[in-house]
Design a protein around this ligand. Structure first.
Ligand SMILES: NC(=O)c1ccc[n+]([C@@H]2O[C@H](COP(=O)([O-])OP(=O)(O)OC[C@H]3O[C@@H](n4cnc5c(N)ncnc54)[C@H](OP(=O)(O)O)[C@@H]3O)[C@@H](O)[C@H]2O)c1
Length: 274
């Protein structure tokens, strides 16, 4: 089944399931992205930090550019306007693509004024080098500050850690009310809790795997999970999530699991996060 899309605040749309590529580099990355595209994935998530743009370029070469959605991210130390422009230019070269579908601020940086950062993203949109703008690891306060600093710049996505073991319900409600698509990173909780009996029981009931149950729950919430997988078996499994439904009891169970954040934001104090 084709992957559905969600509407974006700027009138565009985004495929609702992506391949995450953190920790995929070299031939492992090329093979995983090639396999994903063959299997029917239409959305690849990368970042400057992942050091795999050139590998992804190999995997997408020869593909019709409009047939897939490509996201990258600018790291927090490169958020001065001229640096954003230089990064974007380099990303296009490294990825061998005329445009990025989505470019995100990877982490906010209070040390660099938004009045420097945001005009660069506006310029990239106007020049057609990026199609959509978004953020990652931002709080509602950061998002409000961005809106205030650049009222005409549509913020399409907020990419954050999100999985049943870190169910950010309030942030999701905020994103929905503010017309932002929430992208779920580490959507499988890095596979650390997939063997939990509560998830295994739901999976057995639907004749699906724990990973498929977790992804189905996220899709039902109207968000975009970005599962990373390196084997063809995992890639295929994570795509095979469009032919079953969770019931209300399943959802209640998934929404009451013990909570544990994987990416520890307080540790990132030196990024001027607050
Ligand atoms: N914006 C940010 O700051 C940020 C931060 C973290 C991540 N991300 C993005 O989100 C993506 C996903 O997050 P993540 O990589 O942290 O974690 P994840 O997608 O939750 O988990 C990846 C792990 O799950 C395993 N896995 C995949 N499919 C599976 C399946 N069907 N059954 C069992 N295990 C399975 C993978 O193993 P194999 O590789 O062996 O298949 C890998 O060990 C990243 O790749 C990146 O694109 C963004």
């Amino acid at each position: 089944m084709a992957i559905p899309s969600l509407p974006l605040a700027d009138g565009g749309s985004i495929p609702q399931l992506a391949l995450g590529t953190w920790e995929l580099t070299g031939s492992k990355c090329v093979q995983a992205v090639e396999a994903a595209l063959e299997l029917g994935y239409t959305h690849i998530d990368t970042a400057d930090l992942y050091n795999n743009h050139r590998d992804i370029a190999k995997a997408i070469s020869g593909r019709v550019r409009e047939s897939f959605f490509l996201t990258s991210k600018v790291w927090h130390s490169n958020l001065k306007g001229p640096d954003v422009l230089k990064c974007a230019q380099r990303f296009l070269r490294e990825l061998n693509t005329p445009y990025l579908d989505l470019l995100l601020i990877h982490w906010p940086n209070r040390g660099i004024p938004l009045s420097s950062t945001l005009p660069a993203f506006e310029q990239l949109l106007a020049e057609g080098k990026i199609r959509h703008f978004g953020v990652s690891n931002c709080t509602p306060r950061h998002i409000a500050d961005i809106r205030k600093a650049a009222p005409d710049l549509p913020i399409c996505c907020e990419q954050v850690e999100f999985h049943p073991m870190f169910y950010q319900k309030e942030l999701l409600e905020y994103c929905k009310a503010d017309n932002l698509v929430l992208e779920a990173y580490s959507p499988l909780g890095r596979a650390q809790e997939l063997k939990r009996s509560e998830i295994a029981q739901i999976a057995a009931k639907h004749d699906k795997t724990p990973a498929q149950v977790v992804l189905r729950w996220e899709l039902d919430l109207g968000i975009v999970p970005l599962p990373k997988a390196s084997s063809r078996a995992h890639l295929a499994e994570n795509l095979d999530v469009f032919d079953f439904k969770l019931d209300e009891g399943d959802k209640r169970t998934l929404e009451s699991l013990p909570q544990k954040r994987l990416v520890d934001l307080p540790l990132l104090g030196d990024f001027n996060y607050q």
